[in-house]
Design a protein around this ligand. Structure first.
Ligand code: FAD
Length: 506
């Protein structure tokens, strides 16, 4: 079997698929190898966070996902009674989208097809390697051996990642010590209301409607919390656990999926080994609490995609591009570490807090979450809205000036008004996956091109990799006071701001 791939992606889960789309959008030839011959019918994830929707909106495809899901303005932290309020987040998508992972993958696969991604199902990657010039992958396709070569390999092959193991990257963390149960079952007598969430000394329970009589029931049963994750779960076992926690089994029957999951928490020691990268579950696993694993993984993919594409298309000075590839790990490993921390904290509150002291801790934290400030901090953490990258990527002196606080900030999809009276919005200008310099109309922005040219020329970046636009940002005048321009990365984060004074003196 042959391939012209510049990048091989192992795994066609949501992370591998999004990465492939991002690469193909930039004209990179990408082959995705997936051992499953068919998509998985069950959906682990049901929650897509607002930042993931923003990323999809950056490329103009969020509408496809919104059309198939249901917005929910709140979420949970550790199943505590006080809900996280996303409605105050500064975004076009101040909610989570209730959307089955099966549908997310279906939509991503369709988009990948439109972009010409070479997706090969039924291919199991069995060994990998690299040298100075490239990578190779060996495996089998329906029993027939195959060998493919490319410039780079990305392991998006999930929790047990073969790519990670073959690259010798340590997966440090904590073993599974507690487990919970999951059932997608029909309920003859479902609880009243849209969803049920409760916690008490017997355990915790969530019941979520999946359509028709089908519900997802998740039970944390204090009595069976120590059972190994491999222990088969039966309908009777799930019903008994549900009765212990809720006093009722809601007439569950006809299970479509029964499973257990654990609090195992691990983070790859590095996200890169030469020409091999890790993204998604291959890089981080944890208790699925707060709907984060897929979202963080898709955000990994977005961070890596445009950088890898920039390198492969030779968009700038090779030395600067080499450093740019290193920023994938520098920017995303801390996000993985924060995910590790918040899910571990949730695992204690959800799986190890049945005694009076634990119940008191849950009640105290739930009470504190009624305060808007703490609630907003947690909502920003879990949604990804709160992520900020610490350093500018272009060679600029940001220093401690009035504009320094813009560095690394994500931008919402601001409405823009242009001098000719037309309107647009920021993300529309980022749909091609290029950089954007937004000259803020109304400020002293005449010198912006010269100031920006300094940074751009410093990295010897290709002019075709950036678009210059000039627009007013209605409603954001106070926030943008003193800013002549924002240099926006292809993934919608501000690289750095150019101060009005700086541009006036240029
Ligand atoms: C109960 C539960 C609920 C969850 N809910 C949420 C939620 O609401 N929101 C959220 O964000 N996350 C949630 N998650 C986590 C989410 O499901 C994962 O984080 C997500 O699937 C990771 O995507 P991925 O693409 O990295 O890996 P995967 O989805 O695991 O995909 C990896 C792919 O690689 C393939 N593969 C593996 N090895 C090979 C090989 N050697 N050769 C070829 N192909 C290979 C696999 O077949 C698979 O298709 C939940 C998880 C669980 C268990």
């Amino acid at each position: 079997m042959t391939s012209n791939a510049e990048v091989i992606v192992a795994g066609a889960g949501p992370v591998g698929l999004l990465l492939a789309c991002e690469l193909a959008l930039a004209g990179v030839c990408v082959t995705v190898l997936e051992r499953r011959t068919e998509p998985v019918p069950q959906s682990r994830a049901l929650t897509m966070h607002g930042r993931t929707l923003e990323m999809l909106a950056l490329r103009g495809v969020a509408g496809r996902f919104l059309a198939r899901g249901m917005p929910i303005p709140s979420g949970h932290f550790a199943g505590l009674p006080t809900r996280l309020d996303f409605s105050a987040c500064d975004s076009t998508y101040p909610f989570t989208l209730f959307l089955a992972q099966r549908v997310t993958e279906e939509l991503l696969e369709a988009w990948a097809g439109e972009l010409g991604v070479d997706l090969r199902r039924g291919v199991t990657v069995e060994s990998t390697g690299q040298d100075e010039d490239g990578v190779w992958v060996m495996g089998t396709q329906r029993g027939t051996p195959l060998r493919l070569a490319a410039r780079y390999l990305v392991g998006a092959d999930g929790a047990r990642s073969l790519v990670r193991r073959q690259a010798g990257i340590a997966f440090d963390g904590l073993p599974p010590t507690k487990t919970a149960m999951l059932g997608d079952v029909l309920l003859g007598a479902p609880p009243a209301g849209r969803a049920l969430s409760l916690g008490n000394p017997a355990g915790g329970l969530m019941v979520v409607p999946l359509g028709g009589e089908l519900y997802r029931v998740i039970v944390v049963d204090a009595q069976e919390i120590d059972l190994p994750v491999e222990t088969p779960l039966t309908l009777d076992g799930l019903a008994a656990a549900t009765r212990r926690v809720a006093g009722d089994d809601f007439g569950m029957h006809a299970p479509q999926w029964l499973s257990r999951f654990s609090n195992q928490t691990c983070l790859a020691q590095s996200y890169r080994q030469g020409r091999i990268f890790l993204a998604g579950d291959a890089a981080h696993i944890h208790l699925p609490a707060g709907g984060q694993g897929m979202n963080v993984g898709m955000q990994d993919a977005m961070n890596l995609g445009w950088k890898l594409a920039g390198v492969l298309r030779g968009r700038a000075d090779p030395a600067w591009l080499a450093g740019l590839l290193d920023t994938y790990e520098a920017e995303r490993h801390p996000v993985g570490a924060a995910l590790y921390r918040n899910t571990l904290a949730q695992s204690v509150l959800m799986m190890d807090a049945f005694d009076p002291a634990g119940q008191a801790l849950r009640a105290t934290l739930s009470e504190l979450m009624k305060g808007a400030e703490l609630n907003a901090v947690l909502a920003h953490d879990l949604s990804g809205f709160g992520i900020r990258y610490p350093a500018a990527l272009l060679p600029v002196e940001v220093g401690g000036g009035a504009c320094a606080h813009w560095t690394g900030r994500r931008l919402p999809d601001w409405p823009l008004r242009h001098a000719d009276g037309t309107a647009s919005s920021l993300y529309r200008h980022l749909a091609g996956g290029r950089w954007v310099v937004l000259r803020v109309d109304g400020g002293a922005q005449a010198g912006v091109p010269r100031v920006f040219d300094g940074a751009w020329a410093g990295a010897r970046c290709d002019r075709g990799w950036v678009d210059m636009i000039t627009a007013a940002v209605p409603g954001r005048e106070a926030e943008l006071d003193g800013v002549a321009a924002l240099v926006v990365r292809p993934d919608g984060y501000v690289d750095h701001a150019i101060a009005a004074m700086q541009s006036a003196h240029a």
